[in-house]
Ligand binder design. Structure first.
Ligand code: 5GP
Length: 345
């Protein structure tokens, strides 16, 4: 047994220090970024915020709404091939640059992936998603997927340490998804004791990825727009959101009314609810690692989006970053023992 004594930080442990700035208005801030991905060499531009590949968030409806603002959606893996066909038949042109097909590492997953690409070769992004990105089986799956699809963008995760980011990039991933345990409906830390505070995970993993010319996606733990800004400030190239995009018209999950208030059901992809729905229950050798909650119904996702993007533009003006690309360089975090004032919560 070993203990590492340097403290690892989460979003709640820091704030961003304001800096002198020549920017006059938030409207001067450009949130678009351009990337050329390491292995596929595909170029992409847009606002690097993604809806998570959860069946309550990564929906076709969400993809259409976010695409209008050049944001990305990792489509969840539970749509049938027929549903993909129907959706893509009427999808607006250009959308293929802002959606990923999600897949697990099973045989059926790869067959479905192949079938979707076969009918829709214009799609470019694959999101290979497993809870534990440290397994050899997963690394081999990433390698095989790269061999099969040299010209597709591969997102792979999740991991939280630099050496594993490097291994995945060297195995063919273009973008590595970072985050174990920070998610709003995740109980991994409760059930297993495993995890890594998200801000430190981003800082360390971004450093490793950028050293090789790859990118990272910070996945999980953003509860408010300020967290999204901190994730970018820490070095995330993309930020993936689950809970913040839940509860909208475009989200999945049933609408519930309780004492005259509307809610939408939201649950982790390893929760009992998700496993009952997709795999006929929790297998007897495992525990669920996700919660089922109800989130207040929030209407159209556009309103939330404006809140997030407006917040992010404001962060950039506070530190003098005219483009999102400059935010990390302009960020100094301060360790804090307080966050927002909650007198009127
Ligand atoms: P959020 O933005 O809600 O804080 O986090 C979203 C992320 O939580 C997802 O992208 C995914 O990585 C993670 N996640 C989703 N469902 C589950 C689950 O059931 N268990 C765990 N451990 N993580 C989950």
């Amino acid at each position: 047994m070993r203990i590492e004594y340097d403290i690892k930080l989460g979003f709640k442990d820091v704030m961003i220090r304001p800096k002198r700035s020549t920017l006059k208005s938030r409207s001067q801030v450009n949130l678009e970024r351009e990337f050329k991905f390491l292995n596929s060499q595909i170029e992409w531009s847009g606002i690097p915020i993604m809806a998570a590949n959860m069946d309550t968030v990564g929906t076709f409806e969400m993809a259409e709404a976010l695409f209008r603002h050049n944001l990305f959606t990792a489509i969840h893996k539970h749509y049938s091939i027929q549903e993909w066909n129907d959706f893509l038949l009427n999808a607006p042109s250009g959308l293929e640059n802002y959606i990923a097909i999600s897949t697990g590492t099973g045989k059926q997953d790869s067959e479905k992936l192949a079938a979707i690409f076969n009918s829709h070769p214009q799609l470019k992004f694959i999101c290979i998603d497993v809870a534990n990105g440290y397994s050899e089986h997963f690394v081999n799956f990433v390698k095989r997927t790269r061999d099969l699809y040299p010209n597709k963008v591969i997102i792979a995760g999740n991991v939280v340490t630099g050496e594993m980011v490097e291994e995945l990039l060297l195995s063919g991933a273009d973008l590595v998804k970072v985050g174990i345990g920070p998610g709003s409906v995740c109980t991994t830390r409760v059930k297993t004791g495993v995890g890594y505070p998200q801000l430190s995970a981003i800082i360390e993993c971004a450093d490793a990825a950028h050293g090789l010319g790859g990118q990272i996606i910070s996945d999980g733990g953003c509860a408010i727009p300020g967290d999204v800004a901190k994730a970018f400030g820490a070095g995330a190239d993309f930020v993936m959101l689950g809970g913040m995009f839940a509860g909208h018209d475009e989200s999945g999950g049933e609408l519930i009314e309780l004492n005259g208030i509307s809610y939408k059901k939201f649950y982790g992809m390893s929760s009992q609810t998700a496993m009952d729905k997709h795999v006929g229950g929790v297998a007897d050798y495992r525990a669920s690692e996700g919660k089922t909650v109800k989130v207040p119904y929030k209407g159209k996702v556009n309103t939330t989006l404006q809140d997030i993007l407006g917040g992010l533009r404001s962060t950039c003006t506070y530190v003098g970053a005219q483009r999102l690309k400059e935010l990390t360089k302009r960020t100094t975090f301060i360790r804090v023992a307080e966050q927002e004032n909650r007198v009127y919560d």
